[in-house]
Design a protein around this ligand. Structure first.
Ligand code: B12
Length: 393
């Protein structure tokens, strides 16, 4: 927690004494529980945010996150999700890193895990605290509540902006003048009428640093993200093979991506998080690619127990690790690839083949001759048939 931080809108609307007491009590308890910012918004989504969601989905930018299209109606309107909702209490937790996360991009034999996933799953941390806060509110006010962090169809960023916590930058994430870009969001819907805070204004100005920093050119325009090109989507949400044209740009990013957040000038106000759940664990921050490539399912579950990485499963994770190995330019990693050429998962086999082709042409030809006729998966066969040579990125 950041002492003294209120996170409230700068000009809260005038209130009666009872309502002021309720808001003040919520804020006080939220900060005591360990949230770093809190604000209040009406249970409604702005027309602009609704339109933004409609545009995003109609362009197909959600890729294979089919759940976004399926839940669009509820996502676009808090009252469609829960008709009793009158107000939304929006909470944020700071996960600011101690060092520039982009430094790890210069260690090609190690994987770069994005800052948000270097320790415990933030959903668990936030949810526990939201529930504590909600319990206190119900006890004091006798109201109804629903608690959300990410997993329900809620547009958390527009609600956070409406609650004065920050603004959606050109990279589409919420940032604040007090804490920069490293904020997790959660919300409590309630049937209480709570006076809203003043929405935060956009402070991006003419800066385009985040747009320019994106390794895969995932921003078709400021404030718009084509998730299908975003490394976070490709390494976490996308279940299939990663398009060959995008693999080199992944570099050693094996889980998520921080580039657009990390280059933002507003990070000069960011603060290092002291929250134990978010302090980086060495083995989850820059693990050796060779160690990761050796993980079987049991080993994967053991190493990533309690971490958000566990959610994508061993095969998808190894797909990412193998792309990083293919980008490493490190000939000594060839030995780690050989056993994976026969892995039961085609996702893994295909990327082992791709990585081998990038690191060692002679070994590739030898292994290819021994395997290509027996390969039954079309995607793996295609990797054997047309190797992607050239120097690793
Ligand atoms: C789907 C999703 C993703 C997808 C899509 C991201 C996206 N930008 O939509 C993927 C997998 C790519 C992703 C990646 C990440 N995510 Co994510 N993700 C979500 C999720 C579940 C839904 C977001 C959503 O509704 N997207 C739909 C689009 C349409 O909404 P939008 O981004 O708000 O888009 C708006 C703008 O486009 C705007 N707009 C359109 N045109 C214009 C024009 C102008 C002029 C303006 C001003 C605005 C504007 O309108 C839209 C609606 O508001 C939320 C949790 C939640 N329930 O909200 C977490 C969430 C957004 N993710 C989060 C995080 C931390 C990340 C990563 C940083 C993780 C990482 N390090 O890899 C990256 C960041 C990538 C990025 N630049 O966005 C946090 C962000 C916290 C914050 N401070 O904002 C959230 C809120 C989870 C949480 N509870 O903390 N994520």
């Amino acid at each position: 927690m950041v002492p003294g931080r209120t996170g409230q809108g700068r000009h809260p609307a005038p209130l009666g004494d009872a309502a002021r007491d309720t808001r003040a009590a919520i804020r006080e308890q939220a900060l005591a529980i360990g949230f770093d910012a809190v604000g209040f918004a009406p249970a409604a989504t702005s027309q602009a945010a609704k339109q933004g969601l409609t545009d995003f989905l109609s362009q197909g930018w959600h890729g294979d996150m089919g759940w976004m299209a399926e839940t669009a109606e509820r996502r676009a309107d808090p009252r469609s999700l829960w008709p009793h909702a009158r107000s939304v209490i929006v909470l944020a937790m700071n996960y600011g890193p101690a060092e520039d996360p982009l430094d790890l991009l210069r260690q090609p034999k190690r994987g770069n895990v994005s800052v948000y996933a270097r320790n415990r799953d933030y959903h668990d941390t936030l949810k526990k605290r939201l529930k504590r806060l909600a319990r206190g509110l119900v006890e004091r006010e006798g109201c109804q509540v629903k608690v959300f962090v990410d997993t329900a169809p809620v547009m958390e960023k527009p609600l956070a902006q409406a609650a004065g916590l920050g603004w959606q930058g050109k990279h589409t994430n919420l940032l604040s003048r007090e804490l920069g870009n490293w904020l997790f969001l959660g919300s409590i819907f309630t049937d209480l009428e709570l006076a809203p805070d003043t929405p935060e204004l956009d402070h991006c100005g003419s800066c385009n640093a985040c747009l320019d920093a994106c390794p895969t050119a995932a921003f078709p325009a400021p404030y718009r993200l084509d998730a299908r090109r975003c490394i976070s989507y490709l390494t976490i949400e996308h279940k299939g093979h990663i398009d060959r044209a995008l693999r080199v740009a992944l570099g050693n990013r094996i889980y998520g991506c921080d580039d657009c957040l990390a280059v933002c000038p507003w990070n000069k106000f960011a603060q290092r998080s002291a929250e134990p759940d978010f302090l980086p664990r060495a083995e989850l921050t820059a693990p050796r690619l060779a160690d990761l490539a050796a993980l079987d399912d049991t080993g994967f579950r053991h190493v990533f127990s309690g971490s958000p990485i566990k959610r994508i499963g061993r095969d998808r994770f190894l797909r990412n690790v193998l792309i990083a190995i293919g980008n490493s330019n490190a000939a000594e990693l060839v030995a780690t690839l050989r056993p994976l050429l026969d892995d039961p998962s085609p996702l893994v086999r295909a990327m082992a083949v791709w990585a081998l082709g990038r690191l060692d042409t002679i070994a590739f030809m030898e292994e290819r001759n021994a395997r290509i006729d027996a390969e039954s998966d079309p995607a793996v066969s295609a990797e054997w048939s047309s190797p992607d040579r050239g120097s690793a990125g």
